[in-house]
Design a protein around this ligand. Structure first.
Ligand code: ADP
Ligand code: MG
Length: 689
C-alpha cells in the first residue's frame, strides 16, 4: 500500500534556497537584493510596471510602438547568420485579424525546443519595418490563464547582476499563494472603516495586479500600513515621555535679557525664536524632546548656550555631547567664552582627560558644583553621575534626534530635557513624519555678513584648470578639502578610494606639496583621525583628502576650497553639508563638484546644488528625485519605506490620527499582537523599551 506522504507548505521563514530552481549561487545573488527568506521574496515589491495588458491584433501593429500580440505559431525554425555566425530563431505568427507577423530572436537557439508550430503565444515588443513588419527579441510566453511576462501589467523589479525581472517573476508568482500566511496586523475595525484592502490580497495585487485600479488600492493599503506602524511607534514614545517628569527651569526674562546683552553680536530672528521655544519647553514639567536644525554656520551653539545659561541660573546642570574629541574641545572653548562672564564653569571630559583631572571633575558633577559639562559622546554615555541634570544637548551625532536617550544617571528620578542639534536639512514634512514625537526648531537664517560659497560643476576637460586654481589658493596660504566617494561596495570605509586619490594628488598633481597632503578615512583609529584633524587645523596640512564616512565637522576658517570627486554619487543635502565646511572665514570660498556622469538626470541634480543655497530645498529636491534612502544617514535608523511617500502630508496625518485613536482605545496594544511585532523595527529609533 502506498504510504501517504505529507507535503508541508513552505513557511514564510524558510530560506529562499528551499524553493525549486534556486541554487546556492542564486541565493547569494538574492542576498544582494536583501532577500533571504520566502517572506522577503514576497515582500520584494516591484519598482514599476510595464503595461503589456492590451492585446493588439496583428493587422493593427505599427512600427516603433510597444505592442503585445497574441498569435499562433505558423512556422518556426533556427539557423546561423552568414556573417557573424549568430544563432537566429525565426517564427511567423498569425491571428484572427488575417495578417502575419515575423518574429526574430538572436542567440536564443533553445527557443526552437520550447516553442512549437501550433503553439499559441504572447509576444511583446516593438516591431520594425524590414521588408514587412518584424519584431526583434520580444518578450514571449505561452498563452495561459495566468500570464507572467506579457499580456498584463508586468512587474519590473530592482535587478542585480545576473538576476533579472524575468527570472524573478515566475519565482515570485509561485509563492504568491503563501501570502495568506502573512499576518494581518492592521486592527480589523480600522480595516473595515477605511475600506482598506487586506494584506495578503494587497501583496498579491502589487506583484500581479488584476487591473490598474486594483493596483492602486493595493499600493494605498501598503503605504498606509507603513506609515501607520511608524505613527503608532511615535505616538507610543510620546505617551511614554509625557508621563515622565522633568526638572522645571522657570523662564526668567531678566536672565534671558542679560544673556543676550552680553553677546558680541545680535541674535538672528531665527535664533531668537528657537531660543524662546526651548526656554518655554524647559519651564514645563514634562521632558522636552526637540531638534534644533540649521545649516552649518547658522549659529546653533549660542542657542544651546542660552538654554544652559538659563538652567545654570536656576541651579541645574547641563551637558553637551559632541561626536569627536576635537569638536568637544571646540564646543567647550566657545561655551566657556560665552558663559564665563556669568561665572558659570564649563568642564571638559574627553578620552585624553587624565585620571587626575577626571576624578575631581566627576566628584563635582555628582555634588552639583559643576554646572556645565562638555564631552565626547562615548565617554559620557558610560555613565557620569549628575546631581541635578536639567538639559542634555547632543550635537550632530544622532541625526534623528530621537532614540538612544542618554544613559546619564542622576540622583533624582527626573528625566532631563533633551535637545539635539543637526545640520542635516530635514524637510519639514519629513520631520513631521519621522518625528511624530519630536518638536522642531529651525534656524533658516544665517548670521549677517556671510559670503555665499561659489559653487561650480567642473566638467572633465576643466580638471587641469581646477588644479591650477587650487595650487594658487594653497600658495596664497589657504586650505583645501578633497572628498572622495565610495566607489566599490567592498570598500565600505572608503580606504581604497581615498588612498588612491591621495597617491594621485601627491605623485601626479601636486608633487611639490606632497608632504602637506594628508588622508582621513574610516579605517584610521580615532586618535589618528584626531591628529590629522589637528594638523589641518594648525595649517600644517594644506590639502585634506577625506571620505564622506568621516565626520569633518570642524571649524577651519582658513579653508576656502571644497573639492568633491564623483559628486553624482552623493545626496544633494550631503553635498550641501560638505559645502558648508568652507566659507567660514573672511575669504571668498569655492565648492567644486567633479563628475564623470553624463546622464541628464545626474547633471540636473548637480545643477540644483550650483543654483540652490538652501539645504532644505535641496533635501526636498533629492527626496523627490531619488527617494528618501539617499538622505544622509536615514536608512541606518529607520526601516526602509517601500510604498509610503514621506512627503505625502495627507497620508501622514491620516495615519497619525488613526494611531492616536487606536492608542486611546488600547494604550498598551494588548489586543494587537501583530502590530506590536511590527513595532520592533522602531524600538531603537524611538527608545520604546
Ligand atoms: P553651527 O550652527 O554650525 O553650529 P555655530 O554655532 O558654530 O554654527 O556658529 C557659527 C559662527 O557664527 C560662530 O563663530 C558664532 O560665533 C557665529 N554666530 C552665531 N550667531 C551669530 C549671530 N547672530 N551673529 C553673528 N555671528 C554669529
Ligand atoms: Mg555646530
Amino acid at each position: 500500500m502506498p504510504r501517504l506522504q505529507v507535503v508541508r507548505d513552505p513557511s514564510l521563514d524558510d530560506p529562499v534556497a528551499t524553493l525549486p530552481g534556486v541554487s546556492d549561487k542564486t541565493e547569494a545573488k538574492l542576498g544582494r537584493l536583501g532577500i533571504a527568506t520566502i517572506r522577503d521574496l514576497l515582500l520584494f515589491f516591484p519598482r514599476r510596471y510595464e503595461d503589456f495588458s492590451t492585446i493588439t491584433p496583428i493587422a493593427f501593429v505599427r512600427p516603433g510602438v510597444k505592442t503585445t500580440v497574441r498569435g499562433r505559431i505558423y512556422e518556426i525554425g533556427a539557423h546561423q547568420t552568414k556573417y557573424k555566425r549568430m544563432a537566429l530563431t525565426e517564427a511567423v505568427l498569425g491571428d484572427d485579424s488575417g495578417t502575419t507577423l515575423r518574429v526574430v530572436w538572436f542567440n536564443q537557439p533553445w527557443l526552437v525546443k520550447s516553442l512549437q508550430k501550433g503553439d499559441e503565444i504572447f509576444v511583446a515588443g516593438e516591431a520594425d519595418l524590414n521588408g514587412g513588419l518584424v519584431m526583434k527579441n520580444p518578450d514571449h510566453e505561452k498563452v495561459s490563464l495566468r500570464p507572467t511576462n506579457v499580456a498584463r501589467l508586468v512587474p519590473v523589479y530592482r535587478e542585480t547582476e545576473g538576476l533579472t525581472s524575468k527570472w524573478l517573476r515566475p519565482k515570485i508568482q509561485a509563492v504568491l499563494r503563501l501570502a495568506d500566511q502573512l499576518d494581518e496586523f492592521l486592527p480589523s475595525e480600522l480595516l473595515t472603516r477605511r475600506e482598506l484592502m487586506g494584506r495578503a490580497e494587497a501583496v498579491r495585487q502589487v506583484h500581479y495586479p488584476a487591473s490598474a485600479a486594483r493596483l492602486d488600492r493595493a499600493k494605498e493599503r501598503l503605504a498606509f500600513e507603513e506609515m501607520f506602524v511608524l505613527q503608532v511607534a511615535a505616538q507610543m514614545a510620546k505617551r511614554a515621555r509625557q508621563v515622565r517628569s522633568a526638572p522645571v527651569v522657570p523662564f526668567d526674562e531678566p536672565t534671558a535679557r542679560g544673556f543676550v546683552a552680553a553677546l558680541p553680536f545680535k541674535l538672528t530672528n531665527a535664533q531668537r525664536v528657537a531660543a524662546w521655544q526651548i526656554l518655554q519647553d524647559l519651564a514645563r514639567p514634562m521632558p522636552m524632546n526637540r531638534l534644533l536644525e540649521g545649516d552649518v554656520g547658522s549659529g546653533k551653539t549660542v542657542v544651546a548656550a542660552m538654554a544652559m545659561h538659563h538652567a545654570a541660573h536656576a541651579g541645574f546642570q547641563s551637558v553637551l555631547l559632541a561626536p569627536t574629541e576635537i569638536l568637544a574641545r571646540q564646543h567647550a572653548d566657545v561655551i566657556q567664552s560665552i558663559l564665563g562672564p556669568f561665572q558659570i564653569d564649563v568642564g571638559l571630559l574627553v578620552g585624553s582627560t587624565p585620571a587626575a583631572a577626571r576624578r575631581p571633575m566627576l566628584a563635582s558633577l555628582a555634588e552639583g558644583q559643576l554646572p556645565v559639562l562638555v564631552g565626547t559622546h562615548a565617554l559620557i554615555e558610560e555613565g557620569v553621575q549628575f546631581k541635578d541634570l536639567a538639559l542634555s544637548v547632543v550635537d550632530e551625532q544622532h541625526r534623528f534626534g530621537v532614540g538612544q536617550r542618554l544613559a546619564v544617571r542622576q540622583k533624582t528620578e527626573r528625566t532631563p530635557h533633551f535637545l539635539s542639534m543637526t545640520a542635516t536639512p530635514i524637510p519639514r514634512t519629513l520631520g513631521l513624519t519621522l518625528f511624530g514625537d519630536l518638536d522642531i526648531s529651525i534656524l533658516d537664517e544665517m548670521p549677517p555678513g556671510r559670503r555665499p560659497v561659489k559653487t561650480g560643476l567642473v566638467p572633465p576637460e576643466k580638471r587641469a584648470d581646477a588644479y591650477t586654481f587650487i595650487r594658487k589658493q594653497v600658495e596664497a596660504g589657504r586650505q583645501v578639502f578633497v572628498i572622495c566617494p565610495l566607489i566599490q561596495e567592498s570598500d565600505k570605509l572608503g580606504v581604497r578610494s581615498a588612498t588612491q586619490e591621495l597617491e594621485k594628488l601627491q605623485r601626479d598633481v601636486f608633487p611639490e606639496l606632497a608632504s602637506r597632503i594628508a588622508l582621513l578615512h574610516g579605517r584610521l583609529k580615532s586618535a589618528e583621525k584626531e591628529s590629522v584633524m589637528a594638523a589641518f587645523k594648525r595649517g600644517d596640512v594644506a590639502i585634506l583628502v577625506s571620505t564622506s564616512v568621516v565626520e569633518v565637522g570642524i571649524d577651519i576658517p582658513n579653508a576656502t576650497v571644497m573639492m568633491i570627486e564623483g559628486a553624482d554619487r552623493f545626496g544633494l543635502a550631503q553635498l550641501h553639508q560638505f559645502r558648508g565646511r568652507v566659507g567660514r572665514g573672511s575669504e571668498e570660498s569655492w565648492c567644486l563638484l567633479f563628475t564623470d556622469a553624463e546622464d541628464p538626470q545626474s547633471l540636473k541634480r548637480l545643477q540644483a546644488v550650483v543654483t540652490n543655497k538652501s539645504g532644505f530645498d535641496l533635501a526636498e529636491i533629492d527626496l523627490n528625485l531619488r527617494g528618501w534612502g539617499d538622505l544622509a544617514g536615514y536608512r541606518q535608523h529607520g526601516k526602509d519605506f517601500k510604498m509610503a511617500n514621506l512627503l505625502d502630508v495627507a497620508l501622514i496625518s491620516d495615519a497619525q490620527s488613526e494611531a492616536v485613536r487606536l492608542l486611546e482605545r488600547d494604550p498598551t496594544l494588548a489586543g494587537e499582537l501583530g502590530l506590536r511585532l511590527q513595532l520592533s523595527a522602531y524600538r531603537q529609533v524611538f527608545a520604546l523599551d
